[in-house]
Design a binder for this molecule. Structure first.
Ligand SMILES: NC(=O)c1ccc[n+]([C@@H]2O[C@H](COP(=O)([O-])OP(=O)(O)OC[C@H]3O[C@@H](n4cnc5c(N)ncnc54)[C@H](O)[C@@H]3O)[C@@H](O)[C@H]2O)c1
Length: 679
């Protein structure tokens, strides 16, 4: 049991970052105290939140009553005594060491001795702030990115003396508020700024050295890193002076290589933004720009790992989630080719007398392994973690292959397994583009192979001597829900949701969903979920037995352990009645009526609103897919699980061979309503 229980969060500093952090916390349903030096500044911070949320209403991201509820959870105050109620305090005041130290001293006096204190500092060591408190073990870094209500990345930074339990508790809160946390050591620039700031600086050096002009550098950077804004435009938006200040800090703490270019200092001294216009980009100079930007990125990324600041995976996730690069540094390196990547890094470093990091020197020619799935020691359990938060952990052949490898390794360790995903989703389904590409190319065998591999993988999950628990902290859709139900147990966070949307995109659940679901919750409810694509929240999922336990984020890991201790489950037999009486009408309706009867209007809903809605939903689905799903669920009921699963595989060609499959899958990629041939 963790000694920390975080219910109430406070944010100190109601400026750009503090107000955004508070906004996010309140948006995710948690009360938050927002503190500043006086009432006027508190009101200003609350005003920032209101105006950002108002923009959200205009863009239809929020409804007015939602905004009201969010604002109702933000309590602004300049009375620091109120902080005695806080379990976690996130400091986001001016980036001034003396000011921050003062704040931490004051927090030490007003907060409870079990409160965790986090800092959003960008440039100071966490240890330097922890040092002024009487409980440095409860101090850590929580480095958010602008805009903190929109950018999902947060770097969680423990200093050498941080209590691991405090770190875990603060990490769990980040998950609870929909953030994607990565782990960083207490080092200059932490993870992302360590390469992003030099990346901006190098763009200025390229200009200074006359390698290219601004339009060329902008165009080349956008092309090379597949991003929407080049370095100069980014500096104009986020502040040219901030870029210089950040480079200055890194330069002083690390090496002259990181120090700001003279041209950057001059620009700040002149108080001007960069002039982005001018003659069009010069394509002849573009490769030289890309090479330099890649070279320094490869160097720093490898150095981060060498120094133990971050893992290869977190370094890449930081770039994709925090900076919205389409590929992280290591992925870019592997695509560039390790040999050439080394050359680029060497050439970019030549003026500074720096050596290549060992990771880069020793990197195999085939590329640095990037684990999409990690095997982790999680105390009494072995964790198998899917690590593609920016792609909602979607299953594709590469993930499937690594997942199979990870499960095999984890099974070999002899402990119960817990399977989870990083970021907001557990697993949001299978990679739709993979199916569309193969259908268009006429390469159905690849789909067959992927699905067969998926079946083998889920078989390995569901047939171990030790229990396997799905830790569903967010979305579990399609293949993700099938992955969860292949586990012995499912523990769901309050943010978990489950759904089988396949029939709405012209296919049927193909990774055991038509078989295992019925055995978990009964055929009638399985039909309801598969026919309607209805998404269930965690509470409803527990009500019908789809999930076994609901646990808060803080208790999620402990709940997984408790569930695992119940052992592996032998083959399930479908329940004969719904677990909760409130589901009886739905149960009876889908028990009594076939797809044909429902679609042709012969099934009487007796005016039940929920059933009417279910019937309406079915009318939007592919009729072909609905009939196949019915066939599979009905036939499966009379078969042992293994035979039912085989039947699902046997019908795969019938699923994907129908035009509804390509139409439905394509419609999802193209964000439009499908026009099914069979409906
Ligand atoms: N702006 C960014 O893009 C960004 C990104 C990541 C991290 N950060 C970090 O976040 C922190 C805040 O940055 P910001 O951009 O929000 O600054 P800001 O100037 O917008 O806001 C700072 C707020 O802190 C308040 N404040 C100052 N001293 C205080 C004190 N003693 N007690 C309570 N409140 C106090 C100020 O009144 C102000 O409202 C800094 O540490 C910064 O490095 C900023």
């Amino acid at each position: 049991m963790s000694p920390y229980s975080i219910q109430k969060i406070a944010v100190i500093g109601a400026g750009n970052m503090g107000s955004g952090i508070a906004q996010k916390i309140a948006t995710e349903g948690y009360p938050v105290i927002l503190v500043d030096v006086d009432d006027e500044r508190v009101a200003r911070g609350v005003g920032i939140i209101k105006s950002v949320l108002q923009q959200g209403v205009e863009r239809r991201l929020f409804k007015p009553d939602q905004v009201e509820a969010i604002l109702g959870r933000v309590h602004g105050t300049s009375d620091w005594d109120e902080l005695s109620a806080a379990d976690l305090v996130i400091e986001a005041v001016f980036e001034d060491l003396d000011v921050k130290r003062d704040v931490f001293r004051r927090l030490g006096a007003v907060c409870r001795t079990d409160a965790i204190l986090g800092t959003n500092t960008s440039s100071f060591y966490v240890k330097d702030l922890a040092g002024v408190t009487s409980h440095p073990e409860r101090v850590l870094g929580l480095h958010y990115f602008f805009h903190p209500a929109k950018n999902r990345l947060v770097e969680v930074i423990g200093h050498a003396g941080t209590d691991p339990a405090a770190f875990d508790a603060a990490w769990a809160v980040q998950e609870a508020i929909g953030k994607t946390p990565i782990r960083s050591a207490d080092a200059p620039g932490f993870v992302v700024n360590r390469y992003f700031v030099p990346w901006l600086n190098e763009a200025v050096r390229l200009l200074e050295e006359g390698v290219a002009d601004i339009p060329t550098i902008e165009a080349a950077a956008k092309q090379g890193f597949r991003i929407g804004m080049g370095p100069f435009e980014l500096m104009n938006v986020t502040g040219v002076a901030i870029a210089r200040h950040a480079a200055d800090t890194l330069g002083r703490k690390l090496h002259a290589f990181y120090a700001p270019a003279q041209r950057l200092c001059d620009q700040v001294d002149a108080g001007r933004n960069w002039e982005l216009g001018g003659a069009g980009p010069d394509p002849a100079r573009s490769q030289a720009v890309i090479d330099r930007l890649l070279g320094i990125t490869f160097y720093i990324a490898a150095k981060l790992v060498d120094e133990g600041v971050a893992s290869v995976e977190d370094t890449d996730i930081g770039a994709r989630v925090g900076l919205r690069w389409s590929k992280g540094p290591f992925d870019l390196l592997n695509r560039t080719g390790v040999e050439r990547g080394r050359e680029l890094a060497r050439a970019a470093l030549a003026p500074y007398g720096l050596e290549l990091p060992a990771l880069l020197t020793a990197a195999p020619a085939g590329g640095i392994p990037i684990r999409l799935v990690a095997v982790e020691d999680r105390g009494a359990l072995t964790g198998v973690w899917i690590n593609r938060p920016d792609a909602m952990n979607a299953l594709n052949p590469a993930v499937g292959k690594q997942l199979a490898g990870a499960i095999a390794i984890a099974r070999g360790l002899g402990k119960p397994l817990v399977i989870g995903g990083s970021g907001k989703a557990f697993v949001a389904g299978a990679d739709i583009k993979f199916f569309v590409d193969n259908l268009k190319a006429g390469t159905f065998p690849k789909i067959q192979e992927f699905t067969e591999d998926g079946h083998a993988l889920l078989h390995a999950l569901s047939n171990g001597a030790e229990a396997c628990v799905a830790r569903v902290q967010g979305l579990a859709l399609g293949g993700g829900a099938e992955l969860a139900i292949a586990c012995d147990w499912i523990v769901a966070s309050p943010k978990a949701s489950f759904g089988f949307p396949e029939t709405g995109i012209g296919i049927v659940p193909g990774l055991g969903g038509t078989q295992r679901l019925a055995r978990r919750i009964g055929e009638p409810l399985a039909k309801f979920l598969v026919y309607t694509g209805q998404i269930l929240g965690a509470k409803q999922a527990v009500e019908i037995g789809l999930a076994d336990q609901l646990a808060t984020f803080a208790d999620l890991d402990a709940a997984c352990q408790r569930q695992a201790s119940k052992g592996a489950v032998a083959e399930r037999t479908a329940p004969a009645a719904p677990l909760a009486a409130s589901w009886k009408r739905v149960w009876d309706f889908f028990d009594a009526h076939s797809v044909d009867q429902i679609l042709s209007g012969q099934a009487d809903t007796d005016g039940d609103a929920a059933l009417d809605k279910a019937v309406q939903r079915m009318a939007q689905k592919s009729e072909h897919a609905l009939r196949l799903a019915e066939r599979l669920i009905d036939a499966g009921a009379a078969l042992p699980l293994a035979a039912g699963l085989q039947l699902e595989l046997d019908l795969l060609q019938e699923v994907f061979g129908h035009p509804d499959a390509l139409e439905g899958l394509s419609s999802l990629l193209e964000s439009r309503r499908p026009a099914f041939a069979s409906a």
